[in-house]
Every structure is written in structure tokens, then in C-alpha cells.
Design a protein. Structure first.
Length: 258
């Protein structure tokens, strides 16, 4: 339950008393924390915060906000390393790189493409999700983060993962969504192709429905082994069935060529 109005006022008075008794350094730290939370948790950019402070006659520059954020990020480096260790300690790790555009980056044009790399892994019940910025999508970046990792690495079809996926101890696995994509595209324009896709959706729903109830009694390794067997049998049946059916269609159909 939420706080009552009386409790909210009491909490506000307590916070105000603590603030008045704080040192100048503590007050600056509280301001930095507020600005960072407003930017990264409430999605209010620095330039808008600058205007908000100006409306109450407080002169603070977005340049100061940026400097505070950079300094705080530098202090978080040991924490980032702990997060990486936690991710690499898990049995399964997921990794992807998303394009983004950074304006006024030193030494780079505004039109240059940058990438935000995201990694997810760690204990099944408490996964860690970590974002790291890089100006490129080089294959050396997964190698950098996956040093010493032993387990399953799930990625999309980007060729840059091929090298890290071949390292000893790493099992490189794909993604149902990306495997299905080449079938989904023609299925939108053909009822026959859409009919061939129905079993795929059924398999995914079946896995998702069983995962929530089975993981409570199955160890993750056993669950993944059971589902791997089911998926492999399904893929084998689907491949042979698709070959038989596609041989009956004329090559002019784009979905049959795939």
C-alpha cells in the first residue's frame, strides 16, 4: 500500500532536516544523484532539467550535468566488472548490438553509426543486463567481454559472433525469432506459406507455457536438454516436410525460393 498524506509529510520533513544538516559535499552529491536519476530513470534529458532549474531561478548548466555523469560513470567501473563476472558465471548468455547515433562525438561525424552492446546472463532467477557503448560493431568486442566464459551464447545471425562462438567451452546457439524471420516475411503475402508456419508458433508457445511450471522442479540444465531434444526432432520433421512441399511449388514464388 502507498503512503498516506501524513506519512508523506513526515518523510518530507525528515528529509529536509537531514539536508539542512548535511555538509556542502553531501549536498552536491545529493544534487548529482537527483540529476542522474531524473535523466536515466525518468527520461528527462539534461537540457530540459536545465530549463526546469532556470524556472526556479537556479543557474545550472547542462555541461555540469554531463561532467557529473561522466565522473559518476568512471566511479562505477569496478561495479561494471562485477556485473560482467556475474554474467559470465551463468550457463547461458545472450548478446546483441543495436545501432545508435551520437551527436557531436569527438573525432566522429554526426552521421557515423555507433553501437550499444547489451549482454544478459547470470543466475536464472536473477539475470544481469548490462549495456556498453562502442563506436563500432567489430568482432573483437564480443571476444573482449566473453574472455573466460564457458556456456551457451545466444545471438542473432551477425557474422561477427562466429569467432567467439568457435572458442573452446562456448556453444554458439541461434534464436527462434531470427530463424523464423525468413519464413515470416513470405508468410505475410502467401496463405500457403502461412500454413507452413503454424507449427513453429505452436512449438514456441509450448516451450513458453512449460517453462514457467517446469523450471520450478527441473534444474535449468535438464530443462534445456529436454527442450533441445523436442526442438531438434521438430526441426528435422519440418525440414523434411518443407522439402517435400516446396518441390510442388513453382520457383516464381519468392517464399519457395527461400
Amino acid at each position: 500500500m502507498g503512503l498516506t498524506m501524513r506519512e508523506r509529510r513526515a518523510l518530507a520533513r525528515e528529509s529536509a532536516q537531514k539536508y539542512r544538516g548535511a555538509s556542502r559535499r553531501q549536498k552536491v552529491a545529493l544534487l548529482e544523484a537527483f540529476v542522474g536519476q531524473t535523466q536515466f530513470c525518468d527520461a528527462i534529458p539534461f537540457y530540459r532539467q536545465e530549463k526546469q532549474f532556470a524556472r526556479i531561478v537556479i543557474e545550472l548548466s547542462r555541461v555540469d550535468f554531463c561532467n557529473w555523469a561522466v565522473q559518476a560513470a568512471g566511479q562505477c567501473d569496478p561495479l561494471i566488472e562485477l556485473f560482467l563476472d556475474e554474467i559470465r558465471a551463468g550457463l547461458v548468455m545472450q548478446m546483441d548490438g543495436a545501432r545508435l547515433q551520437v551527436m557531436k562525438e569527438l573525432g566522429r561525424a554526426d552521421t557515423a553509426q555507433s553501437f550499444m552492446w547489451v549482454m544478459r546472463g547470470g543466475p536464472p532467477g536473477k539475470p544481469v543486463i548490462l549495456y556498453r557503448y562502442h563506436p563500432s560493431r567489430s568482432a573483437s568486442i564480443p571476444l573482449q567481454y566473453l574472455s573466460g566464459y564457458k556456456g551457451h551464447l545466444q545471438t542473432d545471425g551477425y557474422e561477427g559472433y562466429a569467432e567467439v562462438g568457435s572458442l573452446p567451452g562456448i556453444v554458439h546457439v541461434g534464436c527462434w525469432a531470427h530463424a523464423r524471420r525468413k519464413f515470416d516475411e513470405p508468410a505475410k503475402s502467401s496463405k500457403k506459406a502461412a500454413a507452413l508456419m503454424k507449427p513453429w508458433g505452436g512449438l514456441e508457445r509450448s516451450i513458453a507455457s512449460r517453462q514457467s511450471c517446469v523450471l520450478s522442479s527441473y534444474p535449468p540444465r535438464r530443462f534445456s536438454g529436454v527442450e533441445k531434444g523436442r526442438s531438434c526432432r521438430f526441426c528435422g520433421i519440418s525440414k523434411s516436410g518443407l522439402k517435400r512441399k516446396l518441390s510442388k511449388f513453382r520457383p516464381r514464388f519468392s517464399w519457395a525460393k527461400r
